[in-house]
Design a protein around this ligand. Structure first.
Ligand code: ZN
Length: 296
């Protein structure tokens, strides 16, 4: 399996610090994905996750799911692992063609990051002193990147950097299309429908998981790969959604308001749900496999 030497930077835990220019679902989106996942973990996976979490998380995975955005300035090598750029206007994704960084180095994209950190977490057995990788960081990166890959514009066109270079007026506020999908749709929904309370919004998404989407869950979780994680379809879905919902109507300097917001919010809520369900099933598979290996 893929292995990056530059991903293992020793075991020093970098102190949380906020940096400007956060990219990826915003804090709320990442918190929601991880909170949804936490509710779906098996007992074994929940115990393994608790064991790996840094003290600052106080036992809550969701509390540290934005950590990879906060340390981007310190871990500069990690910046290109948050997304994948796809060719302009093709509306599809291919690992071999698209998963590389701007220098052409293969596997350096969000899909490669997910594969890499899943592989690292498979080393979860024995005592911590024997671990080759910093599995606390691996857990936080994996949880964050499974969130990122579900944001449609994290598999957006190279030419506009996933909507980052498309200026937009969001209800009169100047921003860009990428940030609309990272933050604005979620923040506007919280304000308009959920009393500005993220917990209420997460509860509503959870209700749809057990209700509206209950029959879809097993197909969302499906992964036939021996690698225990299947990020390729997540990227394909994202660029498809970007072409169908994110880019249409969002020309440079356009004003987006109720019509765009109300028609795209269901997409955002479903992607948060899928991210959470798939993060949970990935962690459940990782830590189940390890149990079996250590029992053998
Ligand atoms: Zn990110």
């Amino acid at each position: 399996m893929i292995q990056f030497n530059f991903f293992s930077l020793g075991t020093a835990f970098v102190i949380l610090q906020l940096l400007p220019g956060v990219v990826g679902w915003g804090k709320e989106g990442h918190y929601a994905v991880c909170k949804i996942a936490e509710g779906l973990l098996t007992e074994d996976a929940a115990a393994a996750v608790k064991n790996l979490l840094p003290e600052i998380a106080k036992g809550e995975l969701a509390a540290v799911c934005s950590w990879p955005d906060e340390i981007r300035g310190l871990y500069r090598w990690s910046a290109e692992l948050h997304f994948i750029d796809t060719p302009d206007f093709l509306c599809n994704y291919e690992y071999c063609r698209d998963c590389h960084d701007s220098g052409g180095n293969k596997d350096r994209c969000v899909v490669g990051g997910i594969n890499n950190y899943t592989m690292q977490l498979h080393k979860f057995q024995g005592s911590a002193s024997e671990w080759k990788y910093n599995l606390t960081e691996a857990l936080m990166f994996l949880s964050h990147f499974i969130g990122d890959i579900h944001q449609p514009l994290h598999a957006g066109f190279l030419g506009d950097l996933g909507g980052n270079t498309i200026p937009i007026h969001w209800f009169g506020m100047r921003t860009n299309l990428h940030r609309v999908w990272d933050n604005m749709i979620i923040e506007t929904a919280m304000k308009n429908f959920y009393s500005s309370d993220l917990a209420i919004m997460i509860e509503a998404v959870n209700k749809k998981i057990t209700d509206t989407w209950s029959e879809d869950i097993s197909s969302w979780e499906n992964c036939t790969s021996i690698n225990t994680v299947c990020p390729d379809p997540f990227a394909s879905e994202s660029i498809d959604l970007a072409c169908k919902y994110a880019y249409p109507g969002a020309t440079p300097n356009s004003t987006l308001s109720d019509e765009y917001f109300l028609s795209r919010l269901p997409i955002v809520e479903k992607r948060l749900a899928q991210g959470g369900v798939r993060l949970a099933s990935t962690l459940n598979r990782i830590f189940k496999t390890e149990m079996l290996i250590s029992e053998a």
